[in-house]
Design a protein around this ligand. Structure first.
Ligand code: SF4
Ligand code: SF4
Length: 377
């Protein structure tokens, strides 16, 4: 297993982390239960293969993941790093932080949490929950008492907000120590901020390294990108993630002991993740995209649109369909965007602002018309 310095936390983290959101389950009397025997086997296999970072959260697997993980690591608890999260939507006062920590300690059956995350935060949650209820100070207190060892956050928002969260926390005197965010070969939007976090001394962990399963089917993508012999796409995805010198660990939500052995094997091959290959893959991926007639870089200079249309998001769906052939995924993305109130071409006010701002000089309105028509929204 490859180990990396985990930012300035003083910890060494395994390149492969175990994401505990997809433990095997079975139904009993209409209720979902975690299959503890299989979880024990998988977690022990991971530990014996060098994995030392296990990431869970209160709601995973019908609220059973923390307990199942705690039971599975009890024989080697002091040799692994446990990470879990605070659901910020449950917070209405400063004391709720402590309640969250205590619940996770009980669930995990431990007296300390190694990495405690503010869960899935965005600017709104950071300003209106974390700062409003003084949760940074609460976290510092919990750390002083030894209930948590490191303060972390996981993230879902415009990547630029990552800098705001890291810098504002530092200004308030409570430094974030590690960050968990989405990153994979198809979605590199957080790449620059992963570098920023790394430079600021945070440990960095990627979730979705195999693109939430989208990249999991074997294809000849690697061969096409590099001219080398084909490899399975999940291997390519790990290669890409772990080749990034600013990233410390890739989380994988493994579901069988065989999958654990396979991924641990990959994360142990120290020749597999060179920065050079990472750069080559990234460039090759960009080249493929550049040949597309709709080359949107996702820079977001066209935002905000007065009609509220998230133009780069809509164009991203098209890229998944047109460049990577992931049409079903693209459809699901678009459906979810519209279901959550996302605006589309028919809402356009025809002001032309987006086209004046787009550095790629894209005929944005014509493309929006075409893409929205294609997805029938
Ligand atoms: S032209 Fe339409 S899509 Fe472009 S900024 Fe104006 S309202 Fe938004
Ligand atoms: S400004 Fe152009 S390239 Fe940038 S996100 Fe908007 S459409 Fe894409």
């Amino acid at each position: 297993m490859n180990y990396r310095e985990f930012g300035k936390t003083g910890e060494k983290i395994s390149a492969l982390g175990f994401g505990c959101m997809r433990f095997p389950e079975y139904q009993k009397n209409g209720k979902s239960c975690v299959d503890q025997d299989r979880v024990d086997e998988m977690i022990r296999t991971a530990f014996e293969n060098g994995v030392n970072y296990f990431d869970t959260a209160p709601y995973y697997c019908g609220n059973n993941s923390e307990t199942a993980l705690g039971k599975a690591v009890k024989d080697f608890r002091d040799q692994v790093l446990l990470s879990t999260k605070l659901p910020t939507e449950e917070i209405g006062k400063p004391d709720d932080f402590r309640r969250g920590v205590e619940r996770s300690l009980r669930g995990l059956g431990t007296d300390h949490i190694d990495f405690y995350h503010f869960w899935g935060i965005n600017k709104d949650k950071f300003d209106n929950v974390i700062l409003k209820y003084h949760l940074l100070e609460e976290a510092a207190k919990a750390k002083e008492e030894g209930l948590i060892r490191h303060i972390s956050f996981s993230f879902h928002d415009d990547p630029r907000v990552i800098r705001y969260i890291i810098d504002t926390s530092e200004e308030r005197g409570v430094c974030m120590e590690s960050m968990l965010c989405q990153y994979n070969l198809l979605d590199r939007s957080n790449e620059e901020m992963i570098r920023y976090a790394h430079e600021k001394g945070l440990g960095t962990v990627a979730m979705g390294p195999v693109g939430g399963g989208r990249l999991a089917a074997p294809t000849d993508l690697y061969a096409k990108l590099t001219g080398k012999a084909p490899i399975a796409t999940y291997e390519l995805a790990f290669k890409f993630c772990l080749g990034n010198p600013n990233l410390n660990c890739a989380l994988s939500g493994m579901q069988t002991a065989d999958m654990v052995r396979q991924n641990a094997g990959l994360a142990s091959d120290s020749t597999a993740f060179s920065e050079e290959e990472w750069q080559q893959l990234g460039k090759a991926m960009e080249e493929i995209r550049k040949f597309d007639e709709l080359y949107c870089t996702g820079c977001r200079y066209c935002q905000p649109c007065p009609a509220g249309i998230d133009i780069p998001r809509i164009f991203e769906c098209y890229t998944y369909h047109n460049v990577y052939g992931l049409t079903d995924h693209a459809k699901r993305m678009m459906e979810s965007y519209v279901k959550n109130g996302g605006k589309v071409y028919k809402d356009c006010k025809n002001c032309g602002l987006c086209e004046r701002k787009c550095p790629q000089h894209l005929p944005v309105r014509a493309h929006l018309d075409k893409v929205c028509g294609l997805f029938d929204v």
